[in-house]
Design a protein around this ligand. Structure first.
Ligand code: NG6
Ligand code: CA
Length: 539
């Protein structure tokens, strides 16, 4: 009866039995007139929390086989639910994966959905059907907290950093947002609270640009010896918190955050959101910046892993998951909440800073058994940790069904009793039963993987007990190295075909021996590319 807690002080102050009795009557009345429950049956509309990690690889968690690092909170989430071994994000970089997660459409269909620069305008147009708008229309309170990286502001002008920052998440279905606007390595290092930069002093306006603003503006290029974390490629522009970034900015000093505090802030705001909405269905997109560069964990995690800053940030991410789960438990919401844990792309070691990720790697294999990582359409780029947990509703299991972040829009809509408007979320499959591990439930029969701008595509097809993987690289160039190597583009054959069961590490190109399979898969890929969407009409 927590909704009547506010009556307690009144009861204590009640001096007479008469008053106490009248409160009892009032209380009974309130119970009588209270709605019988939310508009949707409790069982059918759990709260939904999507925790999306940044650049976390298949092999980065102890529940996925890592031995050099322990992730107890994420492991217990896995033990309480389904651990997918074929869970995907749709791209091997951030912006396109997030675009397709939010819209249910493959990013390659929409030009301009590659990694967004600091002053990018909103990439998803106001009024679009999104995972958030679908759940909002089903009666959910919706919020995104953490990394956005899908642009803010009008086309043509981009973000109005000193005014109203819109359109953005609030114009596409989120009731509230608290954001890192792009990435922690892109300027500016400020929080966005709904439509405003938080704590911005109007007398110290924020300027963001891609040209050095003045001759005396310190940069990582000119002041390298002053940096606390050196850059290795890119990241040599404006310096903040002793670390140089991508892009330039001035002003907004009161608004600037410390990198060390980001994780705590996401958790603090998420706990507030959950507490505020404890009595109604909510959807929280918890978009962690961990373990993206620059990897700057809070002091209490620094040096706590064997793997250097990269490992320390994994510990920090694990802590965040533990805090969210603990909050749900404290509020007795755990059995009424579906949690999905995923990543936005595969792992990378040196992504532009000398943070010893490669040097401290030891025997850790961030992409697990897979080849490639971030930027790649080998499995390591898009096959990532993927967990679902809903105690009492989802039987714990390990599942090899194929599911992806792009499917969450349609699957959650189904969970909340919404039908998709015509033409919406055209690449999002309803794999709800597979996500909930219903007996005999099937996931996808194929999954498409793209690189940042979609000029390299991979297609995995599961047919007759086989898992074929086709990779088309029209430019014959790709970031297709194993993740333990230094990132660079190399020459690759235009057509590659792998048998994922026999060769999960994608080492043996079978294209020449299997022309029929290549032909069939190319036709299938062409059909997915040219159609408006790829969801079968039966879905
Ligand atoms: C690249 C950056 C990389 C990272 C990536 C986006 C350089 C040299 N590299 O351009 O550091 O920021 O973009 O990462 O600048 S993502 O996870 O948000 O997609
Ligand atoms: Ca990422």
């Amino acid at each position: 009866m927590r909704e009547f807690d506010f009556l307690r002080p009144v009861v204590i102050r009640a001096a007479t039995l008469v008053l106490a009795a009248s409160i009892v009557v009032l209380f009974a009345d309130a119970q009588q007139s209270a709605p019988k429950g939310p508009a949707y049956p409790q069982e059918a509309t759990p709260n939904i929390v999507v925790i999306m990690a940044d650049d976390l690889g298949y092999g980065d968690l102890s529940c996925y086989g890592a031995t050099e690092i322990q992730t107890p909170h994420i492991d217990s989430l896995a033990a309480s639910g389904v651990r997918f071994t074929s869970g995907y994000c749709s791209s091997s970089t951030c912006t396109p994966t997030r675009y397709s997660f939010i819209t249910g459409n493959y990013a390659f269909r929409t030009p301009g959905t590659g990694v967004a620069p600091p002053n990018a305008p909103a990439i998803i147009q106001p009024g679009s059907v999104t995972i958030a708008s679908l759940l909002r229309d089903a009666g959910y309170q919706t919020a995104v907290i953490g990394k956005w990286h899908l642009g803010l502001g009008e086309k043509g002008t981009g973000p109005n950093w000193n005014g109203a920052l819109k359109p953005g998440p609030l114009e596409i279905g989120f009731h509230s947002c608290f954001l890192l606007p792009t990435t922690n390595d892109r300027v500016p290092q400020v929080y966005v609270d709904d439509h405003r930069v938080a704590n911005l002093d109007p007398n110290d306006p924020l300027w963001v640009g891609d040209k050095r603003p003045s001759a005396d503006h310190p940069t990582g290029l000119m002041n390298r010896e002053s940096l606390r974390m050196n850059w290795s490629h890119g990241h040599d522009q404006t310096i903040h918190n002793g670390i140089s970034r991508i892009g330039f900015y001035t002003g907004g000093h009161d608004a600037r955050f410390r990198d060390e505090d980001l994780a705590d802030k996401w958790v603090e705001r998420s706990v507030q959101f959950i507490e505020t909405n404890r009595d109604r269905p909510f959807f929280l997109f918890f978009a962690s910046h961990d373990i993206h560069v620059p990897r700057v964990p809070h002091e209490r995690f620094a040096g706590k892993s064997k793997l250097g800053y990269r490992g320390d940030c994994i510990l920090q991410l694990d802590w965040c998951v533990g805090e969210i789960v603990a909050t749900l438990e404290r509020l007795k919401l755990r059995d009424h909440t579906l949690i999905v844990f995923c990543s936005d792309n595969g792992p990378v070691m040196d992504d532009g800073y000398q943070d010893l990720a490669l040097e401290r790697l030891g025997s850790h294999r961030a992409a697990g058994p897979f080849r490639g990582g971030k930027y790649s359409v080998f499995e390591g780029g898009t096959r990532t940790p993927f967990l679902t947990s809903w105690p009492g509703q989802v039987e714990p299991a390990v599942s090899d069904e194929i599911v992806g972040t792009i499917d969450l829009a349609h699957s959650f809509a189904a969970l909340a009793g919404q039908t998709l408007p015509a033409g919406a979320c055209g690449d999002s499959f309803n794999v709800l039963d597979a996500l909930l591990n219903k007996s005999g439930a099937k996931g996808r029969d194929h999954v498409l993987q793209q690189n940042n701008n979609g000029n390299q595509l991979g297609l995995r097809v599961r047919e007759n007990g086989r898992d074929w993987k086709l990779i088309l690289s029209p430019n014959k160039q790709a970031y297709n190295l194993v993740v333990e190597e230094t990132l660079r583009s190399t020459a690759v054959p235009e057509i590659q075909l792998f048998d994922l069961q026999a060769d999960p590490g994608e080492r043996h190109n079978l294209a020449e021996q299997n022309p029929e399979v290549v032909k069939r898969m190319r036709e299938r890929l062409a059909a997915i590319k040219t159609g408006e969407g790829s969801r079968p009409s039966a879905q």
